[in-house]
Design a protein around this ligand. Structure first.
Ligand SMILES: [Zn+2]
Length: 249
């Protein structure tokens, strides 16, 4: 499938890059990325994936837009309050780029459903806001050997990790954060300064594009930590847990 004249113009600034080129752009056009959660992380992440020309994007989120979301969930406006996030996001992203296909699922998938959905996906962006979902996503991506770009932001801190389950027997999310019951460290409970999730969401899109383009340094086994107060980034290496119930067998 070759790129149309309009697509060549639309994506011309990235096609110029030696790491993208026509071939890379075609690869993006043929890719399918799932964005789980269209909130503070998912809004900027899906916006950059859509504008960069990722050919198929599936948006998943069970929630409706509330007034308190508008501070950081930048795809939505006052008029969208009460609407399903996935529908409002789809409409906005399709205006941004009508050349791509966007599918929406207004639901909170469990592990079995995620495994089903991952069957024809190249990559999943975890933009959810709770540990239970992150662990279900980790298990489903490990099982289906799908690349996972996971991020989280709370207060004035953010974290990002790329799990190349498609390539490596690498440490997984559970090795890094063993599952504990009763976690409540969400934005609703702890607060968040909006650009923190904006920065992390944009980083997720960047890492996703690099995975799809097969370019850049391999980031598996590293946790990138962002401290917004000091504006410092730190890379923490982590190892596989030999007794991890998800990835040790
Ligand atoms: Zn593990």
């Amino acid at each position: 499938m070759s790129l149309s004249r309009d697509e060549l113009i639309r994506y011309s600034r990235q096609i110029k890059l030696e790491q993208v080129g026509i071939q890379g752009q075609q690869r993006l056009t043929e890719a399918h990325v799932i964005v789980l959660g269209v909130g503070g992380l998912g809004c900027p992440a899906s916006s950059y994936l859509a504008s960069a020309g990722v050919g198929r994007i599936t948006l998943i989120d069970p929630d409706q837009i509330e007034l308190s979301n508008l501070q950081r969930q930048i795809l939505y406006s006052n008029d969208n309050i009460g609407q399903d996030k996935v529908s409002a996001a789809q409409q906005r992203l399709q205006q941004q780029n009508p050349e791509i296909e966007i599918t929406t699922l207004c639901e909170a998938p469990d592990e079995a459903r995620l495994i089903e959905l991952l069957a024809d996906a190249d990559l999943l962006l975890d933009c959810c806001d709770n540990f239970a979902t992150r662990h279900a996503v980790n298990r489903a991506c490990r099982r289906t050997q799908t690349a996972l770009v996971s991020a989280a932001g709370v207060r004035l801190e953010g974290q990002l990790a790329v799990f190349r389950f498609d390539r490596h027997r690498a440490p997984c999310y559970h090795c890094l954060f063993p599952e504990v019951a009763g976690d409540t460290d969400t934005c609703a409970a702890a607060g968040i300064l909006a650009p923190v999730v904006g920065i992390l969401g944009a980083m997720q899109a960047l890492e996703a594009l690099k995975v799809l383009l097969e370019t850049g340094a391999d980031r598996h086994g590293k946790l990138l930590c962002f401290d917004a107060l000091s504006s410092q980034w730190r890379d923490l290496a982590f190892n596989a847990d030999p007794s991890c119930p998800v990835c040790s067998n």
